[in-house]
Write a protein that binds this ligand. Structure first.
Ligand code: SAH
Ligand code: SF4
Length: 390
């Protein structure tokens, strides 16, 4: 494997608390859901919309986690709220910081399950890679997450909670009345490219992203959120209609024969169906191109003929192609294509008029790079589980 022993600059272990309570967690409710929750808890209907708006701003604009700090609500109302509701986000069990500044959070959700969230600082942006499921039902043969069975879907609160915990760690809740523009933020972009297939957890992902986009809260522009799917064709149009974010497709192969092996969901929705759904994608335009992710696997999908076929296949779709050097993991059945091969492949695509950036692996030393998520979770879990020597 190319990944050497983890070089960790900073491992922070935070004591666990038990987040499970019988109170209703407000984090993750949509605006309407929050309003209804307040009404069912006794807030008069005529006031509920305004109260929901106030609480919403405390939660998502200011990052407040205690009802008592919601100073524009009456004291007794705050106390009533605290009896019925809670404000909970997933707990950071550990944080690792890579040599290149990438931060990987091991995040504990209800039931004791764990997912990983990765923050990637770059010159012009800071991207948070968010998980949507514990494990994955799909079994893409080059993906480490795919070797872990689906344990459960994350809730909307657990998905948006990953953005909130990263903002906590980055110290990025704005001062009152100040909401920095997207481009000057440390956390300016979100990619749904962590563990899981987001379109197999559609409603929770949608609600979480709606919360993240709400202008009276985290207020991320929809163009700064990218959802990556392996190709769940029936849900692709819904992504444009109901979320409106940018779309990335884990394409990875140019024939059904190879894609069946790499991305087995291709047997259900083969290339022709996938491409048809992308041609019809309502939001695609030159300013909102669809990203085609293409993992470079030595001798499997990286020939000149593949590059030419790829160009033919996507003809007519406003697209950019993101070449991902394969990130190896223990026991992986593939090798990364050589740098020369990747460059030659990129060149063919570039000459055909497509942007073809090569994704720089980030956080490899802490196993935070694409497709490596899982092992560290399991390693950490095993280490914690192993009985202490007497
Ligand atoms: N399930 C979704 C989103 C998560 S994966 C999807 O498949 O699109 C995010 C991206 O990382 C996908 O393009 C995925 O194919 C890619 N990936 C998975 N394993 C990888 C690996 N070992 N090396 C490089 N990229 C990988
Ligand atoms: Fe699941 Fe995406 Fe990995 Fe495939 S690449 S197994 S869909 S997480």
């Amino acid at each position: 494997m190319t990944v050497s022993a983890p070089i960790t600059q900073d491992v922070l272990t935070i004591p666990r608390k038990t987040p499970e309570t019988d109170r209703i967690n407000l984090v993750g409710l949509t605006r309407d859901g929050l309003r209804s929750a307040l009404i069912s808890a006794g807030t008069p209907e005529a006031k509920a919309k305004m109260r929901a708006g106030q609480i919403w701003q405390w939660l998502y604009e200011r990052g407040v986690r205690e009802f008592d700090q919601m100073t524009n609500l009456a004291k007794n109302y705050r106390a009533e709220l605290a009896e019925i509701f809670s404000i909970e986000i997933p707990e950071v069990v550990s944080r690792q910081v890579s040599e290149d500044g990438t931060r990987k959070y091991l995040v504990r959700i209800a039931g004791g399950h764990e997912v990983e969230t990765v923050y990637i600082p770059e010159e012009d942006r800071g991207t948070l890679c968010v998980s949507s499921q514990v494990g994955c039902t799909l079994t893409c043969s080059f993906c480490h997450t795919g070797t872990q069975k689906l344990v459960r879907n994350l809730t909307a609160g657990e998905i948006v909670g990953q953005i909130m915990l990263a903002r906590d760690d980055l110290g990025e809740w704005p001062e009152p009345g100040r909401n920095p523009r997207n481009e000057t933020r440390l956390l300016s972009n979100v990619v749904l490219m962590g563990m899981g297939e987001p379109l197999y957890n559609f409603e929770a992902v949608r609600d979480a992203m709606k919360i993240a986009m709400d202008p009276e809260g985290i207020s991320l522009s929809r163009r700064r959120i990218t959802l990556s799917t392996s190709g769940v064709v029936p849900e692709i149009a819904r992504t444009a209609d109901e979320i409106g974010c940018m779309l990335a497709i884990s394409f990875h192969a140019t024939t059904d024969e190879v894609r069946d092996k790499l991305v087995p969901i291709n047997k259900k929705w083969p290339l022709a169906d996938l491409l048809e759904s992308l041609r019809a994608y309502p939001k695609a335009s030159n300013s909102e191109r669809i990203t085609f992710e293409y993992v470079m696997l030595d001798g499997v999908n990286d020939s000149d003929a593949d590059a030419h076929r790829l160009i033919e296949l996507i003809r007519g779709i406003p697209a950019k192609i993101n070449l991902i050097p394969f990130n190896e993991w223990p026991g992986a059945p593939y090798k990364r294509s050589s740098n020369n091969r990747i460059r030659a492949f990129a060149d063919i695509i570039y000459k055909a008029g497509y942007a073809s950036p090569i994704r720089k692996p980030r956080g490899e030393d802490i196993m935070a790079a694409c497709g490596q998520l899982k092992s560290e979770t399991e390693r950490a879990r095993n280490a914690r589980r192993s009985p202490a020597p007497d």
